[in-house]
Unconditional design. Structure first.
Length: 246
């Protein structure tokens, strides 16, 4: 008779524990700290999704335009036509902006030929400085949003863990106040609090993966920018096209 009376109670405790592990039950017992943590994770998720989509679209457009821009510049016989084509490119296209800065630097040095500028710095040095600044500027533009993704990936798990610790703390207080310390009473609130950690990991993992992905893409773009900048330097410093030397 004793065994028969304990079986339903155990089953009832398990069923009650399972009902306390859902997200709806978590929301019902949220405190101010839990709400702050939850809203922070939502904001982090929205920001990471925005920058993931933004950078993904940016790299798709960049890949479709970069080769065409570079090839058109070298294949256009007239340098003025090539510069005019670069001016028509959108502001987000880095290769055309680097070429325009090099052309402007060369033209500026030529206008002041014989003056103090030409005496203090040769044309090659002046164009080289302009190209370095342009490549650095465009490389920084490529990194837009990566700081946010890195921050979300590094902090979201700990923010979720904070919500879990605070949730377990409040759950233990509720359990102590009720006077029930069996496994069914403890498992439900603790499992409910662990949802915050799961949410934090769900926010962090896509941010970390996308950050590493975009860093690798940026490394390839920067390598192409450096190569293009060296060719531009040779062209504007000597007047010989890259295609003519091949």
């Amino acid at each position: 008779m004793l065994q028969e009376s304990t079986i339903p109670v155990t089953g009832g405790n398990k069923a009650e524990a399972l009902t306390q592990m859902g997200f709806a039950n978590l929301v019902q017992h949220m405190t101010l700290v839990n709400w702050i943590v939850f809203i922070a994770l939502i904001v982090m998720s929205v920001l990471s999704i925005y920058w993931i989509v933004y950078n993904f679209i940016k790299h798709i457009r960049l890949k479709s335009r970069s080769d065409r821009v570079v090839n058109t510049f070298w294949e256009t016989p007239n340098a003025q036509d090539a510069i005019r084509f670069m001016e028509e490119q959108p502001a987000s296209e880095p290769f055309s902006k680097v070429a325009l800065d090099a052309a402007q630097a060369a033209a500026h040095h030529q206008r002041h030929d014989g003056g103090r500028l030409a005496e203090s710095m040769s044309r090659s040095e002046f164009v080289d400085r302009a190209l370095r600044q342009a490549v650095t500027r465009e490389s920084m533009k490529l990194e837009e949003g990566l700081t946010v993704l890195a921050t979300v990936g590094a902090t979201a798990p700990f923010v979720g863990l904070l919500g879990t610790v605070w949730g377990i703390y409040n759950a233990l207080i509720r359990i102590g106040a009720s006077g029930q310390a069996d496994i069914g009473s403890v498992a439900g609130p603790v499992g409910e609090a662990l949802i915050m950690t799961a949410i934090g990991l769900g926010v962090a993992i896509p941010a970390v993966l996308s950050y590493n992905f975009f860093v690798r893409l940026n490394r390839g773009v920067n390598a192409k920018l450096d190569t293009f900048a060296h060719d531009l330097h040779d062209f504007f410093a000597t007047g010989a096209r890259v295609g003519d030397s091949r």
